[in-house]
Design a protein around this ligand. Structure first.
Ligand code: PLP
Length: 519
């Protein structure tokens, strides 16, 4: 056990090597421990000099005054800067190395995007600014809408949803509104077994009951089973394409035709659009509604790095029900923004709103910059390179790790492996934790649920061949150790700031607030 450091913090530093001597500080070279800011602070210390207030508070406001000073940590400015910088160094980021998280599309965020998003005219717009003062921002929304409609072959787009899951809700509410307008009360939403958890959650939230459609042995929706279930009680289907097994749903058009013939609508989860952008237009496949995760396909930071944005493109059949503000295609092919002022005449069936304002402006400027700097040919190449990189990973490792659908042909933008073939007692978790020691963020694990011990690797197009080779080399080594029964892998990570944590305990009994007292 390491000695507590100067502030009384007792680090449980990663390394299990008994031979490594403890340091007096608790730090290990550049691996720096960091207590909570409250444990660091000293009462009475302040980073800036603030004069005592000269004015007495107004008597009427006196009752709002605090009885006790707030429990703020007292630190000088340099201490504060060091605290947050130390914490940031314990984090992993896309700017440090690859994020091979399947189903997340964590690609490089071009600096040009950031530069444009920071232009004061975009960065400082206020949502309540009068419309005539933000014409440029509205133009960005219009141009981005145009591209999203073009790239997807759809009719209209709701730009306001804040993320993929919010977009799903928007699309499913459009389906609900369309059914209501027809005077039909269809209660069932069909969702494939391999669906992202947000799909059934969204449908349930919107009041539908969920029924699963099985997958075929090659990892795709079972068309015959789907057709057999269609009927007057089915509102629609929610299908991810490419799906979460990393495969293109080749029967998408047949699925859509069957669902339409039975009076239902087709929702497509477009989170994996990165694999087909510029190559396939979902509208041509008969899709009625699809969200686009701007923060995946069109770069822009996501996860802990920023907000998401999930515009929803709609077919001609569903467009009339899109929420306000809404962007539709006009007869001359241009796009038109509909807001409350002109909705009465132009868009009377809107189901409502998803958000108070137009959406995530910072994401819109980044996504449009990304689209314009790539151009139509560049976007097509994004999809091609993403798919090429994933197949390179798949074929480099399918002799080391079980690839459950490897026999089904090339994958799309993500490569799926399973834990089959690891030595008795070894699991996907051991491989994921081992990757941390290798200096990589782990891939997505245990998803999709249809594959036992799934490992879903999405390299994205922005990784170089040299970078992919390093990752493949590490994964190959870990697979060999897990097959050979190397016990040390079971206690990985050995070199990270923290060892293997009790994730169940962390989820069930999270410690969210410091309770005070000496550390
Ligand atoms: C990421 C993702 C979602 C949810 O998107 P958020 O922006 O995280 O809400 C839904 N479906 C799939 C397949 C995804 O990969």
């Amino acid at each position: 056990m390491n000695a507590p450091n100067a502030s009384g913090w007792r680090p449980e530093m990663g390394s299990a090597e008994a031979s490594a001597p403890a340091t007096a500080s608790g730090d290990r070279a550049l691996m720096l421990e960091e207590p909570l800011i409250f444990e660091l602070g000293r009462p009475g210390t302040c980073g800036v000099d603030i004069d005592e207030p000269a004015l007495e508070p107004l008597p009427a406001l006196g009752k709002f005054l605090r009885k006790q000073a707030p429990a703020l940590p007292g630190l000088s400015e340099p201490e504060t800067v060091r605290h947050y910088t130390r914490l940031s160094r314990q984090n992993y980021a896309i700017d440090l190395g690859p994020f091979p998280l399947g189903s997340c599309t964590m690609k490089h965020n071009p600096r040009l995007n950031e530069k444009v998003a920071r232009l004061p005219g975009f960065a400082d717009v206020h949502p309540l600014a009068p419309q005539q003062t933000v014409e440029g921002a509205l133009e960005v929304i219009g141009q981005l809408s145009h591209w999203l409609i073009e790239l997807t072959g759809m009719h209209g787009v709701a730009m306001s949803p804040k993320a993929g899951a919010h977009g799903e809700l928007c699309g499913v509410l459009c389906i609900k509104a369309a059914l209501e307008a027809r005077g039909e009360d269809r209660k069932v939403m069909l969702v494939p077994e391999s669906a992202h958890g947000t799909n059934p959650a969204t449908a349930a939230f919107a009041g539908f009951s969920i029924e699963n459609i099985p997958a075929t042995p090659d990892g795709r929706v079972d068309l015959a089973a789907l057709e057999a279930r269609l009927g007057p009680d089915v509102a629609g289907v929610m299908i991810t394409n490419p799906n979460t097994c990393g495969l293109f749903e080749r029967d998408m058009k047949k699925i859509a035709d069957a669902v339409h013939a039975a009076g239902g609508y087709v929702y497509c989860d477009g989170a994996n659009f990165n694999a087909i952008v510029g190559k396939v237009r979902p509208g041509d496949l008969g899709i009625d509604a699809m969200h686009i995760n701007l923060h995946k396909t069109f770069s822009t930071p996501h996860g802990g790095g920023g907000p998401g944005s999930g515009p929803v493109v709609l077919s001609e059949a569903l467009s009339p029900f899109g929420p306000l503000p809404f962007v539709t295609r006009t007869a001359d092919g241009s796009v038109r923004l509909v807001e409350e002022e002109n909705a009465g005449e132009e868009h009377p069936q809107a189901f409502g709103r998803m958000a108070a304002f137009h959406g995530q402006m910072g994401m819109f400027t980044r996504a449009l910059t990304y689209i314009l700097s790539h151009g139509a040919d560049g976007l097509k190449q994004v999809a091609e390179d993403a798919v090429l990189n994933a197949n390179y990973v798949l074929r480099s490792l399918d002799s080391e790790l079980d690839a459950p659908f490897g026999h089904a042909g090339p994958c799309m933008h993500e490569a799926l492996f399973s834990d089959a073939g690891l030595a008795e007692g070894f699991s996907t978790l051991d491989i994921a934790k081992g990757l941390i020691d290798e200096g990589f963020h782990p891939m997505t694990v245990y998803f999709p649920l249809v594959v036992h011990g799934a490992m879903l690797v999405e390299p994205t197009e922005t990784e170089s061949k040299a970078g992919l080779d390093r990752f493949i080399n590490s994964l190959r080594s870990l697979a060999r150790r897990a097959k050979a029964g190397d016990e040390s892998l079971k206690s990985a990570p050995h070199f990270a700031p923290r060892r293997r944590l009790d994730e169940t305990q962390a989820a069930r009994k999270p410690v969210l607030a410091w309770k005070g007292g000496a550390a």
